[in-house]
Write a protein that binds this ligand. Structure first.
Ligand SMILES: NC(=O)c1ccc[n+]([C@@H]2O[C@H](COP(=O)([O-])OP(=O)(O)OC[C@H]3O[C@@H](n4cnc5c(N)ncnc54)[C@H](OP(=O)(O)O)[C@@H]3O)[C@@H](O)[C@H]2O)c1
Length: 274
């Protein structure tokens, strides 16, 4: 797909990957709909994109994407201004990464399900009739390595991203005949605000190696490439594919090493007390 003059909705555009993706669409000359809750951040970004000399335009929409009425309003406003929707990047999402018994049933568990799963499904559901009518469209769903390999403290987040994986796989096979492409992207660790909201309490140094960390711009560039040349799935950095392969081929070994190298060292004190 040639991106110039196309209408692209980017959810979660107020920071991190979404912000970088919206900027990248602006550079390509697309008309970009910026959606998230922090409208001041969206407006600042919109000003920056509008000043690009690429023929780009923006529409800022304050929306809580865990709420159906906000999603419906976002689509209605987009159609009112631009009349069509060519690209949807379902990016808004967050993770609360702690032991399951520490997660708050509503603020952590329900909220992740509402945004990461239902937000993606309901937004796609609202956009789909428009793309079907057009007989064209590109949907990019922001998954995660946690959508392929689930690690301790990622229970609910991993469940939500596995759901995005299953949803997108079925959708891709449903809508391809209508000229709509569905691509999934699985980034490893990305340096964004994500960790600030995740509530991680690590005792050990168990972290993504620095050499494997991505910038939001790298993920944004990958999104642009997927719009231009859709793919079923894209794992970045590529090296994480080895972990996916190991998890499929030797899950018992991955269980053993994860428990020995992560779960037990992290919980050693609690295990002794109990
Ligand atoms: N960072 C990583 O390591 C990583 C790795 C793999 C995948 N991902 C995925 O990448 C996506 C973007 O994350 P990020 O790393 O860029 O994190 P981020 O900087 O925290 O961005 C999250 C975005 O989602 C928006 N958002 C959160 N709750 C929302 C709600 N209820 N309604 C509307 N928007 C909401 C935030 O905007 P407001 O707060 O203004 O609403 C923000 O724009 C997520 O789906 C995440 O799961 C991240």
């Amino acid at each position: 797909m040639d991106i110039k003059n196309k209408i692209a909705i980017v959810t979660g555009a107020s920071s991190g990957i979404g912000e970088a993706t919206a900027r990248a669409f602006g550079r390509e000359g697309a008309k970009v709909v910026l959606a998230a809750r922090r409208v001041d951040k969206l407006q600042t970004l919109a000003q920056e994109i509008n000043s690009m000399d690429t023929g780009t335009e923006t529409l800022v929409i304050q929306a809580d994407l865990s709420k159906l009425e906000d999603i419906q309003s976002m689509i209605a406003q987009t159609l009112e201004k631009f009349k069509r929707i060519d690209i949807l990047v379902n990016n808004a999402g967050f993770g609360r990464l702690d032991w399951l018994e520490n997660l708050d049933p509503i603020k952590d568990i329900q909220a992740q399900i509402d945004l990461n799963i239902l937000g993606v499904i309901q937004t796609t559901r609202q956009v789909l009739p428009v793309m079907m009518e057009q007989r064209a469209g590109s949907i990019i769903n922001m998954c995660s390595m946690a959508g392929l390999v689930a690690t301790p403290t990622y229970t609910v987040y991993a469940a939500s991203k596995h759901a995005v994986h299953g949803f997108s796989e079925a959708l891709r096979r449903e809508v391809k005949p209508w000229g709509i492409d569905v691509s999934l992207i699985y980034p490893g660790g990305v340096v964004t605000e994500f960790t600030q909201h995740a509530g991680i309490k690590r005792k050990t140094n168990a972290r993504t190696p620095k050499s494997m960390l991505l910038t939001a711009e790298q993920v944004a560039n990958a999104v642009i490439k997927l719009v231009k040349r859709p793919r079923r799935m894209l794992i970045i950095p590529w090296l994480w594919s080895v972990t996916v392969f190991m998890n499929r081929l030797l899950p018992g070994l991955v269980d053993y090493t994860t428990i020995k190298r992560f779960t037990i060292p992290e919980r050693e004190d609690e295990l002794k007390i109990r």
